[in-house]
Design a protein around this ligand. Structure first.
Ligand SMILES: [Zn+2]
Length: 449
């Protein structure tokens, strides 16, 4: 298949949150680069893509996914290739994969092998996040400087937090020296032994171990205290409780380079989703309460939480089709996140499209340094990573149709609004949604094959 060198996106609402651009324009792409963005009709003898009624956004970025690759366990939960295909199907052009693989991403060889498989897959761009400690065991330092040099764009032991304060201090210092970012999974493990869902009366009634909210806030506050004198870029993953939003707000007001992320499930579901021992709602950190959702939304509205991330976590069916206490934590998110964010934030009046897209483009790029590659924004001369969004497409979430290997999704059957109509990476259409909008399809289909 010869690569498509040129493409003209016609008549879409072009939103670039980084520059504040929000105008109906044409966008000309040539050789993987944005050549022109113009409010006057561009005419070029190249394939056209009709974007009328659609949003033309910088390619969406998800800085928190689990691709289970490498995997020597034989579970076949996901691969870099299947995960990257799921990413473009959901509108994401760049994703960051977490290091809780088998083996963990704690040496140069594994970092390089992931980059190699991502490039061979040729779907979304995939950037590895490498471990802070060897094997994510929290006991000995990983070679952080070398991992960053090899291509890791962030450091995390995600799946676990780093519990040992002395170790955490050393990790933060090295992350700061490497000019990278530390992404913390905030969970004090001494408070969550045997825990399966939010601590409270529902957990008691269901006979399940309770996960106290303090487990998150304690580690977050400890980290922010440790980081006061270090000043590393610090990013708190998947915030679930109101107190964490307060802790992050205080640190940011004191000038710390601290950021935080919110996930679709923590914006839309409460612990009540665990009723009837519904294992699809089992996730780490657990689903909380409606007042926590309100606090996270307030944090987003105030600009305390600046990043939306899915925590896409595929698991084989048998690990969910078991009793709640033994079931796996996590849910897939890449292919339904966009309309879920829309429902939680736009339909609820918290944000409008430009502000929401900022949390999915320029802000996650800033956290991970992908902004230095020109990603997360849409501008002349920049890489043509673009997501064309039909904001009003209505559809029903059907995990059996996902390109991810994971089918574990608590939003199965939900009627949603908004969808990526096409996903363009480096000027190439990597995904195009079949649509009722016959006019939206690229006119010359042959260029897609
Ligand atoms: Zn995590």
């Amino acid at each position: 298949m010869p690569p498509m060198a040129e493409l003209l996106l016609v008549g879409g609402r072009v939103i670039d949150p980084n520059s504040g651009m929000d105008q109906v324009s044409d966008v000309l792409i040539r050789n993987g680069v944005v050549m022109d963005i113009s409010q006057t009709r561009l005419s070029a003898d190249v394939p056209h893509f009709n974007c009328e009624g659609c949003i033309v956004s910088p390619g969406l970025i998800d800085i928190h996914v689990h691709f289970r690759d490498p995997d020597t366990t034989g579970h076949h939960e996901e691969t870099v290739a299947s995960g990257a295909a799921a990413a473009v199907a959901g509108g994401f052009t760049s994703v960051c994969c977490m290091p809780n693989t088998t083996p963990a991403i704690d040496c140069r060889t594994v970092v390089e092998s992931i980059l190699h498989r991502a490039s061979a897959a040729g779907q979304a761009r995939v950037y590895p996040i490498a471990c802070g400690t060897i094997g994510r065991l929290g006991e000995s330092l990983a070679p952080i400087l070398e991992l960053v040099e090899a291509g890791a764009i962030g450091i995390s032991d995600d799946g676990d937090g780093i519990a040992d304060s002395g170790m955490m201090r050393r990790v933060l210092s090295l992350v700061e020296a490497a000019g990278s970012v530390f992404m913390q999974h905030c969970q004090d493990p001494t408070l969550t032994r045997g825990a399966a869902m939010n601590a409270g009366s529902l957990a008691t009634r269901l006979g399940l171990g309770g996960w106290p909210r303090e487990a998150e806030e304690l580690m977050l506050r400890r980290d922010l205290i440790l980081n006061r004198s270090i000043g590393a870029k610090y990013h708190a993953q998947h915030l679930s409780v109101a107190e964490s939003v307060d802790a992050l707000r205080e640190a940011r007001e004191q000038g710390q380079p601290a950021t935080g992320e919110a996930s679709p499930h923590h914006l839309l579901l409460t612990e009540n989703a665990c009723e009837n021992w519904n294992t699809q709602a089992k996730v780490n950190p657990p689903l909380r309460t409606s007042s926590d959702i309100d606090a996270i939304k307030r944090g987003i509205d105030e600009g305390v939480i600046t990043v939306l991330a899915t925590d896409h976590a595929p698991h084989p069916a048998h690990t969910k089709e078991t009793d709640f206490a033994s079931a796996a934590f996590g849910m897939v998110g890449l292919e339904c996140a966009l309309p879920l964010y829309r429902e939680a934030l736009i339909d609820d009046g918290v944000l409008e499209w430009p502000a929401m897209l900022k949390m999915m483009t320029s802000e996650p790029a800033n956290v991970t340094g992908l902004d230095h590659l020109g990603l997360g924004r849409l501008e002349t001369g920049g890489p043509a990573d673009i997501t064309i969004i039909d904001p009003d497409a209505t559809w029903t979430v059907d995990p059996t149709a996902f390109r991810s290997e994971g089918r574990n999704c608590p939003f199965s059957g939900r009627n949603v609004r908004g969808r990526a109509l096409a996903t363009i990476v480096a000027g190439q259409i990597k995904h195009q949604q079949a649509s009722d909008r016959a006019d939206a399809a690229i006119e010359d289909q042959s260029v897609l094959r």
